[in-house]
Write a protein of this length. Structure first.
Length: 163
């Protein structure tokens, strides 16, 4: 009887620990390959609002509008998403704590970035870009300053909100 109780206790503890680990892993915010949480690239304004995760509408000076993600702390003068009248949700930019499925986040080193994305290239604007694995309609763009990722985002190949 005692062996059975110990075995049951160990099994319950193991399940509890596994469940906690799974919950922590699930809570980690990931940007890509299609978006962030329920907010997906290409969504219309109506679809984005319906998720309950996107809010705000700020003109950007062009034809696109800037939107915030409710679950992400917004920093002063930052744009979290760009909404285009022609392609829908055109881009999502990472906030601190977000990461790509490959584990790259703000603060990752250039060496880590190149290890995660061996085919990454620097474009003529000085940003590193690469197609998103698993989503042929999107690309990542990374700004590297002093050897570290300073900012990054995911965008539709056909976005029309920025260069």
């Amino acid at each position: 009887m005692m062996k059975m109780m110990i075995g049951t206790s160990l099994l319950a503890g193991s399940l509890l620990l596994t469940g906690a680990t799974a919950a922590v892993a699930q809570a980690k915010p990931t940007l890509g390959p299609y978006g962030y949480g329920a907010v997906k690239l290409g969504m219309t304004v109506k679809q984005a609002r319906a998720t309950g995760e996107a809010a705000g509408k700020t003109p950007t000076g062009g034809m696109c509008t800037a939107w915030d993600l409710k679950k992400v702390p917004n920093t002063k003068n930052s744009v979290e998403t760009y909404m285009s009248p022609t392609v829908g949700l055109a881009a999502i930019f990472a906030a601190k704590g977000m990461q790509t499925p490959e584990g790259i986040k703000i603060g990752s080193t250039a060496k880590q970035l190149k290890a995660a994305y061996p085919r990454i290239k620097k474009n003529f604007h000085g940003y590193y870009t690469i197609k998103v694995s698993g989503n042929k309609k999107a690309f990542y763009t990374f700004e590297v300053t002093r050897g570290k990722v300073a900012s990054y985002g995911i965008a539709l190949n056909k976005q029309d909100c920025f260069n």
